[in-house]
Design a protein around this ligand. Structure first.
Ligand code: C8R
Length: 248
């Protein structure tokens, strides 16, 4: 029986930390485009990387708090236009493509979003290393894991500071295009400001029929969350990928 088994590093049900996590963070930070909207001041990537690491290293991977990420956010906060934001749920790639062709932005276009995109990370009490074997899974282990809390904090800030028309790309091939338990459902939609208009797009996968629609019960639920907040709502359904991206 291996040493790691006894130390419990393999006890979680989620993917372990990404290999070369630190190197990837540093590289992404160094090459993050200094565009008009990404004025993240003069950023010190060494310092940002260290703040990211100290948010979770040596800590119980199931006891993440928003506070843990405060210093990282203070150091690496970047601004994108409040009226050009695209949200999504289960449609990350499509939403990214849509944003790109329309000159809009997703959370991945901010410095912090781009640093963490696609990565996994967690630590272990009493150790200064990342746990590359396993990290807590949201469902099977704990909700307050470092990955989840990170995306929740960023998503909340991204949604609450949005203005004008906000787009959300949803998967119309799912039975419930809107899921109350998703980050969009539990964090972003409930944090939109009253002045905002939310434009939802229900896009179905090529080769799959649409299953949910703007009049389905999941979208009705979204509508009711929004109407409580005085957020206007527009919805379009039955769109194929190509129709949505504007190629016919
Ligand atoms: N957002 C959330 N999660 C994100 C993310 C992001 O920008 N970027 C990445 N890579 N992830 P899902 P959802 C990872 O279930 O829960 C914002 C995280 O590991 O398809 O509704 C974004 O602004 C996270 O656990 O969608 C977007 O609007 C999964 O992808 C919503 O929140 C979540 O994937 C999407 O969150």
């Amino acid at each position: 029986i291996h040493k790691w088994y006894h130390s419990g590093l393999n006890r979680w049900h989620g993917l372990g930390s990404t290999a070369d996590f630190q190197k990837i963070i540093q590289e992404r930070c160094d090459t993050y485009p200094q565009q008009i909207w990404s004025y993240s001041r003069s950023r010190n990537c060494q310092e940002i990387k260290q703040a990211f690491m100290s948010a979770f290293i040596s800590k119980d991977p199931c006891k993440a708090t928003k506070e843990d990420y405060r210093r990282l956010i203070d150091l690496a906060d970047s601004t994108v236009p409040c009226n050009k934001r695209v949200l999504w749920s289960k449609t990350k790639e499509l939403a990214g493509e849509y944003a790109k062709v329309r000159g809009l932005v997703t959370l991945e276009d901010t410095l912090l979003g781009s640093l963490a995109d696609g990565l996994s990370w967690c630590g272990e009490p009493g150790s200064s290393d990342l746990n590359t074997w396993s990290c807590p899974d949201w469902k099977k282990d704990c909700r307050t894991n470092y990955l989840t809390v990170f995306w929740e904090v960023l998503s909340e800030r991204f949604a609450e500071s949005a203005c004008g028309t906000v787009q959300v790309v949803l998967d119309g091939s799912l039975e419930n295009a809107f899921n109350e338990m998703s980050i969009f459902g539990r964090v972003e939609a409930p944090n939109l400001k009253p002045v905002v208009t939310l434009q939802a797009w229900l896009v179905h996968d090529p080769g799959k029929p649409p299953r949910d629609s703007c009049s389905g019960s999941s979208i009705m639920k979204l509508k009711s969350i929004l109407s409580e907040r005085n957020v206007r709502f527009i919805c379009r359904d039955n769109l194929s990928r190509d129709e949505f991206l504007g190629r016919f």
